[in-house]
Design a protein around this ligand. Structure first.
Ligand code: ZN
Length: 465
């Protein structure tokens, strides 16, 4: 039912979509310093104003919740469905072929920061609300669109909103890829450390460090070694490089040997796609003929427990997986060693089957023999059953309008719905389409956004009528 009407309604609507998206994506809505009444700065607040203006022009009731989120209601009934989008963006960076905040249409694609993540999908959702209204479908329930302004920098917007309002029975967020992401891994991101008295025995490591963000596989790391010749260190690094694949630059600095390691950065949820400079550095340090010391023991412990290339926590004893959420992943992302101790952190993504007993407790026990203390906790995973009527409704609408097979997937990354019971990520990018999100030349397919709008229209009708 309604399929033909929906198809007919969206025929020739590309220009309307482009105009709306252009208005939204012309606003540079990167998080800035908070200002009075603007918790995430002026850009995100300005984008929200445009989003609510667009909804207001369609005749919908809108509400600005203190510039944290904006709310758009389709009707006065009880809200059963929530659609969660965000209007903030990450910085534009460099390497663009078009001006990042002047959305540019080339063929079927529109280029600009935020056109895919997440302003395009927000426009598709707004058009879906408008379609349901203009098609005159009788509804028994309300759909509420919630437009956030801080998804990229901590999701403080959604936390603020849901501390004040109950979550709808069903929620989807078109902030990813079709079909449905119903499972998100949990997090195990402990800090491990040890301190010791300074040891003068040489050769020794003066310092070692790497990593700049917990959720990024470190692309660089470095160390300073005292009491060895450059040629000797170079030789060791050459051998280790063959195993790790990293690049080692060895140079002299004030009579000491500096080792600079280059790897490849990557999101911590997919560590196998990067090249971890910290573990590559530790692999080299562990091969040096260092004098006996607590520092040396710690380096060897780390090389044993989180060896280079172990992305699954095998050496730590926490490797595990399940059918709905895949394998546990480990990325050693922050490390700092001085003459008096060290601190490290890894970013672990845990499947649904993970408990504190089979993860954190095991890590604590693994480090204990080396006198290394571990602190942290397990953040729960998120799972909405793939066979629930809600998810089935989403998948059916997706199959109908895209012609593709619908299925559920898991992710190691967290999304907007991580803490919302019954929430899933649904669209709005079609599988296989490269959006370049967070990078230069971010783009969206206009045809696919129209298809997404049709899918959302059908879903609203199915769940609210
Ligand atoms: Zn996003």
């Amino acid at each position: 039912m309604y399929r033909e009407k929906i198809e007919a309604y969206f025929a020739g609507r590309e220009d309307e979509l482009i105009q709306m998206l252009t208005r939204l994506a012309s606003v540079k809505s990167v998080r800035e310093e908070a200002q009075e009444g603007m918790p995430f700065g002026k850009g995100p607040a300005d984008a929200l104003a445009v989003g609510l203006e667009l909804a207001g022009e369609m005749g919908f009731t809108t509400r600005n919740v203190d510039n944290y989120v904006g709310v758009v209601d389709l009707n006065e009934h009880k809200t059963i469905l929530g659609i969660l989008c965000h209007l903030d963006v990450v910085g534009e960076g460099t390497g663009w072929n078009t001006p990042p905040y002047t959305p540019t249409v080339i063929g079927d694609e529109i280029f600009g920061r935020g056109v895919s993540d997440n302003k395009g999908p927000a426009v598709a959702a707004l058009l879906a609300l408008k379609a349901v209204k203009e098609l005159g479908v009788p509804l028994k329930h309300n759909v509420r669109m919630i437009m956030g302004t801080d998804e990229e920098s901590g999701s403080g917007d959604i936390a603020y909103y849901f501390a004040r309002e109950a979550a709808p029975k069903y929620t989807f967020s078109p902030d990813g890829t079709f079909p449905v992401v119903n499972t998100e891994k949990g997090g195990l991101k402990p800090t491990f450390s040890r301190s010791w008295p300074v040891s003068e025995a040489k050769p020794r490591v003066v310092y070692a460090k790497g990593g700049y963000r917990l959720n990024v596989v470190p692309p660089e790391a470095e160390a300073l070694v005292e009491g060895m010749g450059q040629a000797h260190v170079e030789k060791v690094c050459e051998t280790v490089a063959q195993k790790t694949g990293a690049t080692y630059e060895v140079s002299m600095e004030d009579g000491k040997v500096k080792i600079f390691v280059k790897g490849k950065g990557e999101h911590a949820s997919t560590p196998h796609k990067g090249l971890n400079a910290i573990t590559a550095l530790i692999a080299a340090l562990a091969e040096l003929p260092l004098a006996e010391s607590e520092s040396k023991k710690a380096i060897h412990a780390l090389n044993t427990l989180i060896p280079h290339g172990d992305f699954s926590g095998t050496a730590l004893g926490i490797a595990q997986s399940d059918a709905i959420s895949g394998s546990l992943t480990v990325a050693f992302t922050l490390f700092e060693l001085s003459q008096t101790g060290f601190t490290g952190r890894f970013d672990g993504r845990t499947p649904v089957c993970t408990t504190e007993e089979n993860s954190l407790d095991v890590v604590v026990k693994a480090f204990a023999p080396y006198g290394i203390t571990v602190e942290g906790k397990l953040t729960p995973s998120h799972h909405t059953p793939g066979d629930s009527p809600f998810v089935k409704t989403l998948l059916k609408a997706y199959e109908t309008y895209s012609g593709n097979k619908g299925f559920c997937e898991y992710t190691g990354g967290g999304t907007y719905v991580h803490n919302i019971e019954g929430g899933v990520c649904f669209g709005a990018t079609m599988p296989g389409f490269e959006t370049n999100m967070h990078g230069a030349n971010e783009k969206a397919s206009i045809k696919d956004l129209i298809t997404a709008a049709k899918i959302f229209t059908q879903v609203i009708i199915d769940l609210c009528s």
